[in-house]
Design a protein around this ligand. Structure first.
Ligand SMILES: Nc1ncnc2c1ncn2[C@@H]1O[C@H](COP(=O)(O)OP(=O)(O)O)[C@@H](O)[C@H]1O
Ligand SMILES: [Mg+2]
Length: 207
């Protein structure tokens, strides 16, 4: 059993709290604090499928199994960190920031373009793609990549899209369209960033 305390706390979503793993600063442990384990179970079964498929884990953190903690069952994942060692922040954080250096804009735009391409190429199924469930991992001062940390997998009653690529691609296109609309709304107060991201669709196709 590992002991989690508030000094390890990273963040909290609707259902889970995320902590730095006390024995390995490259990992995080997520414990469920609201609701049941059904979301976690779905996530883990989709992870099994991706592990079998041997994906490259550049837009998803690796899953390292379950451990017992003082705060209940913990799911262990890679902890996303920036090039300088800081724990990465969500894409929502950057889109909503009141003061964002304009030098950041192109990095965010490029990261979204690469993310769209890779989600399609690796045929990764998600539920709603929300900027609060995507980390912007900075790889340099003005560059980064996007990594989805939540809402992965398929909530359809019959999750056939997970197995048939043509259907997966259609689903991914739909999820990405809504994601782009959310992104543009979220940064509406930052005119420079919004303008930069407006022609995302065309730029992403060109990547
Ligand atoms: N792998 C990770 N690396 C870094 N931070 C993370 C990671 N996973 C989650 N977080 C942080 O913890 C928060 C909650 O995690 P999340 O998985 O979204 O929980 P929930 O399922 O409750 O929505 C995220 O918004 C993010 O700030
Ligand atoms: Mg979340």
């Amino acid at each position: 059993m590992i002991l989690l305390n508030d000094s390890h706390f990273v963040g909290k979503g609707l259902h889970r709290e995320c902590y730095i793993h006390p024995n390995n600063v490259q990992l995080c442990v997520k414990v469920v604090v609201a609701g049941d384990l059904s979301e976690s179970k779905r996530e883990q079964s989709y992870y099994k499928l991706l592990q079998k498929r041997g994906i490259s884990w550049d837009i998803l953190p690796r899953f390292h199994g379950l451990i017992e903690t003082n705060r209940g069952a913990g799911a262990v994942f890679d902890l996303i960190r920036d090039f300088d060692g800081e724990v990465s922040k969500t894409l929502e954080h950057y889109l909503c920031a009141e003061q964002l250096a304009s030098s950041e804009n192109t990095g965010i735009k490029q990261a979204i373009g690469v993310f769209k391409r890779e989600l399609h190429r690796q045929a990764i199924i998600t539920m709603t793609l929300s900027p609060k469930n995507i980390m912007y991992k900075k790889t340099a001062a003005n560059e980064g990549t996007l990594i989805v940390i939540d809402n992965i997998g398929n909530s359809d009653f019959i999750p056939i899209c997970s197995y048939i690529n043509y259907l997966a691609q259609k689903k991914i296109t739909r999820k990405l369209l809504r994601f782009e609309q959310t992104v543009l709304k979220m940064c509406a107060h930052n005119n420079a960033l919004q303008q930069c991201l407006l022609n995302l669709g065309s730029s992403a196709r060109a990547v």
